[in-house]
Design a protein around this ligand. Structure first.
Ligand code: BDR
Ligand code: CA
Length: 312
């Protein structure tokens, strides 16, 4: 199975991504989960990660706290989508799993440096602060990363926090810039895909009908966060973002994309955090990203439901 570290700011959709991962131990071996500031503050995000491993019956997975703010900017959060705790919706018990003492950035560095090069994949579901800080503190990790698979960015679907920028990139554009230039293989699951993977009322009903505690909690989470998204977009379903990272690892045939140059705007206030994708190869810039453009929503939800049914 593939060894992964999940870097995340849970977040209802992050939580569903973590549940999908923990339901797939044959394919994915989760070494650790590292929280980052994003949807809400670091304390809540780390607390939520600890609640989710307990929900999935996987208290053996260590949870770390990483950076509490972006590299250069004040933290922008999204309580308006995710609620005050970042995981409003289900009634989950306070976590008993301890938070690890080591800083999440040092955990990422030490784990990559101790492992055989090319054996650990980083899955990022939030702002890229922890990964960028790890690359700054120990540049030698870059060539040891098997792959970075990230939810973030947008090109044809442009922005969801500003007209030009996707939230995870916008929160820490300097971090995203550092990560995209690091030289490791990168796959990006942007809004272009996640806007296709909509949680419609039928799909949410099917999730609830699975009937176990994890699926019921996932249903309550998405019901909470999608209220905001449905009002915003006026679609029949809300986008589901972060679980696409895990679905891509499990079933890449559900997705299609192409190798492109992707760079981040870090200077203009108007378009700060924009992901500039050379989709038509009009430059000779380095094709640093496998940019995913389309996803099979029915196939995705069939996978998600099949896996959630395996959890407690
Ligand atoms: C991203 O922003 C967060 O609110 C979600 O968890 C997801 O990672 C989508 O833009
Ligand atoms: Ca997230």
């Amino acid at each position: 199975s593939r060894k992964i570290i999940i870097d995340t700011d849970p977040g209802q959709d992050d939580a569903v991504a973590i549940l999908l991962t923990l339901a797939s131990p044959e394919e994915l071996d989760v070494l650790g989960i590292v929280a980052v500031a994003g949807n809400v503050g670091l304390h809540h995000n780390a607390n939520n990660a600890r609640k989710i491993v307990a929900l999935a019956g996987r208290t053996d997975i260590p949870v770390y706290a990483g950076c509490s703010r972006p590299i250069r900017r004040a933290l922008v959060t999204a309580e308006h989508v995710h609620g005050v705790t970042g995981l409003d919706g289900p009634d989950l018990p306070e976590p008993t799993v301890p938070l690890q003492e080591q800083h999440g950035v040092d955990y990422i560095i030490d784990t990559l440096m101790a492992a055989e090069p090319g054996t650990i994949t980083l899955c990022t579901l939030g702002p890229l602060t922890n990964i960028a800080m790890a690359l700054i503190k120990q540049p030698a990790i870059a060539e040891r990363i098997a792959e970075i698979v990230m939810m973030g960015g947008a090109y044809f679907e442009v922005g969801n926090i500003t007209p030009a920028a996707e939230f995870n990139i916008y929160v820490d554009p300097e971090a995203a810039d550092i990560v995209l230039r690091c030289g490791a293989p990168i796959t990006m699951l942007p809004l272009d895909v996640t806007h296709q993977i909509q949680s419609t009322p039928d799909r949410l009903a099917a999730m609830l009908a699975i009937g176990n505690d994890s699926a019921k909690a996932a249903h309550a989470m998405l019901t909470f966060s999608e209220t905001f998204d449905l009002a915003k977009y006026g679609w029949t379903g809300a986008p589901l973002h972060d679980p696409t990272v895990i679905a891509w690892l499990l079933c890449p045939e559900l997705f299609s994309g192409r190798q492109c140059n992707v760079e981040i705007e870090v200077a203009s206030e108007l378009t700060m955090g924009m992901t500039v994708v050379d989709y038509w190869h009009v430059t000779h810039r380095d094709r640093n990203v496998n940019f995913i453009r389309n996803g099979d929503a029915d196939g995705f939800y069939a996978l998600l439901f099949d896996r959630l049914a395996r959890l407690p």
